[in-house]
Ligand binder design. Structure first.
Ligand code: 5GP
Ligand code: MN
Length: 315
């Protein structure tokens, strides 16, 4: 299906969600490199917001575009790891104007908003989906590194329950293409800057338990981020670390994006489906990892959320 659509297009744009994560970046750069390697006459560009430093070793990060050219109409726009048009951000006009559109994604909340859709909610990652769609004999080391990085991040280093036998088979085949897995795991997943670790420590120290210790919440204000010299991209992993607390089913981590406006990250164990809660508040995501934006104090957010969490815990 993917190869057929690629053959029909001379010009291809690839986009993904705002604040791109490892899966979004890995699937985008991997697919772009695959097209460059195997369809040498095609024009292909990736449109994503700023790429965090730790992913810049991937082939082609320096040519990722952060603005759209005026009046450009692509034959095909491929939307990756993005559940709705709004989350596509600045590249949405390119999607809307493209002659054909394809969406490859694993978010349950994705309604299939492109002309062609490949949505598999149970899949570990968009990067695994891309790997399944491309021609395996034509995967270069650069493509493998990008897709491996994407799978790694959306599975929490093959830890989360979305890791299927097919995920590990894909990862094994990507290793065979020459990926230096220990280096990528260390450099992109576990290694943190000193400031990032300090912020994590602060979030853990200030966290509160509620609903009989089954929920944990913490937050960080804009002024605290300034104090530590960090920005929002430095907060990755805090919500998951909170969720690792013994007895906790749901973790809530909030970071202030504007005065009294919080980006809320939710993580859950085996019971609560946080995608349902995030959707209730206008966001989205997966069963065990979801998010949304809410106005109010952190305590307003916690109050609003605990009602929704209790509804599911009582079932
Ligand atoms: P995170 O907590 O790491 O920011 O996001 C966890 C998951 O929830 C990701 O899969 C992400 O795509 C989704 N998500 C986070 N925030 C939002 C949001 O505001 N809207 C939607 N639709 N999805 C979100
Ligand atoms: Mn993903």
């Amino acid at each position: 299906m993917l190869n057929r659509l690629l053959e029909l297009a001379d010009t291809i744009a690839i986009g993904g969600h705002v604040r791109p994560d490892g899966d979004c970046i890995g699937s985008g750069l991997g697919l772009r490199q695959y097209i460059k390697d195997n369809y040498k006459d095609k024009e292909v560009e990736v449109y994503l917001e700023e790429i965090p430093e730790k992913y810049r070793f991937l082939e082609g990060t320096e040519t990722v575009r952060h603005e759209i050219p005026e009046g450009k109409i692509y034959d095909l726009f491929i939307c990756l790891d993005c559940a709705d048009l709004e989350r596509l951000g600045f590249s949405a006009p390119l999607f809307e104007n493209a002659k054909n559109t394809l969406c490859i994604d694993h978010h349950v909340s994705n309604p299939g908003f492109a002309k062609e859709n490949h949505i598999v909610p149970d899949a570990s990652s968009t990067s695994e989906l891309v790997y399944e769609l491309i021609n395996r004999e034509c995967v270069s080391k650069e493509v493998a590194e990008a897709l491996y990085t994407g799978i790694l991040h959306d599975t929490g280093v093959f830890q989360y329950s979305c890791t299927a036998p097919s995920t590990l088979r894909a990862a094994a085949e990507l290793l065979e293409a020459g990926v230096d897995a220990p280096k990528i795991i260390r450099d992109t997943f576990y290694e943190k800057t000193y400031a990032q670790h300090q912020v994590l420590g602060r979030a853990l120290l200030e966290s509160i338990l509620f609903l009989d210790g089954r929920c944990i919440a913490s937050y960080i204000r804009e002024r605290e981020m300034r104090f530590f010299g960090v920005d929002r991209s430095d907060l990755d992993g805090i919500a998951s670390q909170l969720r690792n607390t013994k007895g906790v089913e749901v973790a809530i981590f909030m970071d202030e994006i504007r005065p009294n406006v919080y980006k809320v990250s939710l993580r859950s164990g085996d019971i609560v489906d946080v995608s349902v809660i995030a959707r209730y508040f206008g966001g989205g995501g997966h069963k065990k990892a979801a998010g949304f934006t809410l106005t109010g104090t952190p305590y307003d957010v916690i109050n609003n959320l605990s009602k929704q969490i209790e509804l599911q815990l009582e079932k």
